[in-house]
Design a protein around this ligand. Structure first.
Ligand code: ZN
Length: 454
């Protein structure tokens, strides 16, 4: 037996001095700080914060097929360095897209002995693959992702209401959520057409922002709420950017509609007003909106209306960002930030008067417990509790540092967070009882395994 001891352990009953007792890969018990059994090997973390390994449910690993963009080895290294012990991979940007069991098997083969952390794979809902959903459920995917607008990937078609209905019919009663990229095509097509008709300047960020208006998110979310309510099947809105959709979501929650929502670090950190023209590493969809919008997202996160935060780490080869031309309509969308979520949120929380033990509990809820719940991992991932995996991060909440290229362990060291001054740093990461990261260095071997939903 081993004991992991800290005066600040983030437990399900708050932050307190505790000793986490483990037996092999599992947590056996949460003991009082002073009650470490004599037979246990003690790992002493002093007043550094001991928290459950983080769970990032929105990551584009891109392997197999686009491993030159990102892959299991590099993505999971970046995760380990950021205290993230579980990744859930999105079904697109890899080839084949994860829309059938055969494609899932190709992903499993690609991940073999490459992942430093545990992972799972969302299945995809695309036009015409409704017959593949049950086999994918049986094969162990935790849920499904779809797009309501063109995804940028021709092999992953977007779906409209008839396809959504067909999918929800299959998912009803399965416990698997349907995750949706919530932008409706109508308002985007209208806005983009107007920009092109009037000769808009695509180097300006304001042009890109205008091309993906708030109404697009609001319209898509209204449809998702209607269907979640009708089918009584959990629907999850990924990467909410527009605060204009919050009243609709609040009203749906009051009616107990089974709808949840995530936002991303970039919507909580950056603001449209500060994004330079031509700075395409900031491109993502939906776009980063105003500072005022950002503060409303923070309020919703604090109130619990936004359930949690996931990175939507979605890198590409640097050439596809077309930085020399800086045209927003001619650059791949997606922000690379895997492993940075904890210090980004923690820093932003200090700026808004949140912190202390209460803040630590909240940030663990947003980055670990609640994303684990979406993927059906509660009880195994996302909390320091008996029976769960011994996945830990050791966090120094006071350390201050500046993000440099050497800190980015994903494949391409290109991110709008380069140069950001952050507070809080992950010192160690443990996966199922083994240390995989310590003071800047990866340790052990790539023994991450797939988490299969039963
Ligand atoms: Zn994404």
């Amino acid at each position: 037996m081993r004991a992991f001891r800290s005066t600040r352990a983030v437990t399900t009953s708050g932050v307190r001095p505790a000793a986490i007792l483990t037996d092999g890969e599992m947590i056996a018990a949460i003991a009082e700080w002073g009650q470490v059994p004599e037979s246990a090997t003690l790992y002493e973390f002093g007043n550094m914060v001991l928290l459950p390994g983080l769970v990032d449910t929105h990551v584009h690993i891109n392997e197999p097929g686009r491993t030159e963009w990102e892959g299991f080895a590099t993505a999971s290294l970046a995760a380990a360095a950021g205290g993230v012990t579980t990744l859930v991979d999105m079904p697109l940007n890899c080839m084949p897209e994860t829309i059938s069991v055969a494609a899932l098997e190709a992903k499993r083969a690609a991940a073999h002995e490459q992942a430093w952390v545990d992972w799972a794979a969302w299945g995809g809902v695309v036009r015409g693959n409704a017959d593949h959903l049950h086999p994918l459920i049986d094969a162990g995917v935790p849920g499904f992702k779809c797009f309501l607008i063109h995804s940028g990937i021709d092999g992953f078609s977007w779906v409209a209401e008839p396809d959504l209905r067909a999918a929800l019919k299959h998912l009803r009663g399965s416990g698997r959520p349907l995750l949706a990229h919530a932008e409706a095509p109508g308002p985007v097509e209208t806005a983009t057409g107007e920009i092109d008709r009037t000769g808009g300047d695509w180097r300006r960020y304001a042009t890109y922002l205008a091309s993906r208006p708030d109404e697009s998110e609001v319209e898509a979310i209204a449809l998702l709420i209607r269907l979640a309510e009708e089918f009584q099947t959990p629907v999850h809105v990924v990467h909410l950017a527009s605060a204009q959709a919050l009243p609709l979501l609040a009203e749906a929650r009051r009616r107990n509609v089974p709808i949840t929502v995530e936002t991303c670090p970039h919507y909580l950190w950056f603001a449209a007003e500060k994004i330079p023209d031509g700075a395409t590493p900031y491109k993502c969809a939906p776009p980063i909106r105003s500072a005022e919008n950002r503060e409303r997202l923070w309020e919703a996160l604090q109130s619990g209306l936004i359930d949690f935060v996931a990175t939507d780490h979605s890198p590409c080869i640097p050439a596809l960002k077309n930085r020399d031309k800086g045209m927003w309509n001619d650059a791949w969308g997606g922000i690379a930030s895997l492993g940075l979520a904890l210090p980004i949120l923690w820093t932003a929380m200090q700026q808004r008067g949140m912190g202390g033990d209460e803040g630590l509990s909240r940030v663990v809820e947003w980055l670990s417990a609640k994303p684990a719940r979406l993927a059906g991992m509660t009880g195994e991932k996302g909390a320091l509790e008996p029976g769960a995996h011994a996945d830990f991060a050791v966090f120094d909440p006071e350390s201050e540092w500046t993000v440099g290229e050497a800190d980015l362990l994903f494949r391409h060291r290109l991110s709008p967070y380069l140069g950001a001054g952050l507070r809080g740093r992950v010192l160690e990461t443990w996966l199922r009882g083994e240390r995989i990261f310590s003071n800047g260095t990866i340790q052990g071997s790539a023994r991450g395994r797939e988490w299969v939903r039963q």
